[in-house]
Design a protein around this ligand. Structure first.
Ligand SMILES: [Zn+2]
Length: 247
């Protein structure tokens, strides 16, 4: 038996100005990659968040009508901690987000509005690796985002977008998937990790419903553990991993 290979992750590309992150729920980016976002906004890059839902089905003890606005507030506060001031919601229904043309069109429209070179999303595969099953919303939004990066550049797939004044955008060069079990690239999280902790802590109602642990202990333990584990494949520095797809 040979040991499984564990290749080093490559540094993420740095020759870009604007990124658009598209995920299913409030907290997906904070669990997934906000230390990288903090590093990018520190460097003067613009990052915009688009969420397919308001996460209104995410807390058992709070009904959706109350939960949606609460989680939207938490998400906006959370984004601000890592230098993101634009947060948009596509208003698909939490838990039953459907992969298909409507979702692709809504994401393609967001890509045309913001004209990013880099698009970020969360794990689109069935599992997190091994036997940890992913949720259907993540799979749907991840796949639709990978597809919409191409749709955004095609005038004829969703002609109604150009009629609304959203001209095709062919400038997406990469789609980076956070939370992938087969990452290829990474970003140094040293400078952004504390703000990532603060950012996830803004999802306080969600976290308090999720765990009996003291929220800061839980959040710091989780994010630090992941960052150091990724760092074993990135020169020993705490890091955020992505699977990078070229366009
Ligand atoms: Zn989620």
């Amino acid at each position: 038996m040979t040991e499984p290979t564990n290749p080093q992750l490559q540094p993420m590309p740095e020759d870009w100005r604007r990124a658009l992150a598209v995920v299913a729920h409030p907290d997906d980016l904070e669990y997934g990659c906000s230390a990288a976002v903090a590093a990018w906004t520190d460097g003067g890059r613009e990052v915009v968040y688009v969420l397919a839902t308001r996460g209104e089905a995410g807390i058992d003890t709070i009904a959706p009508a109350e939960c949606g606005p609460l989680r939207e507030r938490e998400q906006r506060a959370s984004a601000a901690v890592v230098g993101v001031s634009t947060v948009e919601f596509l208003d698909h229904r939490d838990g039953v987000v459907a992969y298909g043309p409507a979702l692709r069109r809504d994401i393609a429209a967001a890509i045309r509005r913001h004209r990013p070179e880099l698009v970020i999303t969360l794990n689109h595969r069935d599992t997190w690796g091994g036997v940890a099953w992913n949720t259907p919303d993540h799979v749907a939004v991840g796949r639709a985002t990978l597809d919409a990066a191409g749709d955004a550049g095609n005038r004829w797939i969703f002609p109604e977008l150009a009629e609304q004044g959203l001209e095709p955008w062919n400038g997406v060069r990469w789609v980076a998937v956070a939370g992938s079990s087969t990452p290829t690239h990474a970003v140094d999280a040293s400078a952004g990790l504390e703000r990532a902790v603060g950012s996830l802590l803004e999802h306080r109602a969600y976290i308090e419903a999720l765990t009996d642990e003291e929220p800061e202990t839980y959040v710091r333990g989780f994010l630090t553990g992941v960052a150091h584990s990724v760092g074993e494949r990135f020169g020993g520095r705490p890091a955020v991993a992505f699977e990078l797809f070229n366009r």
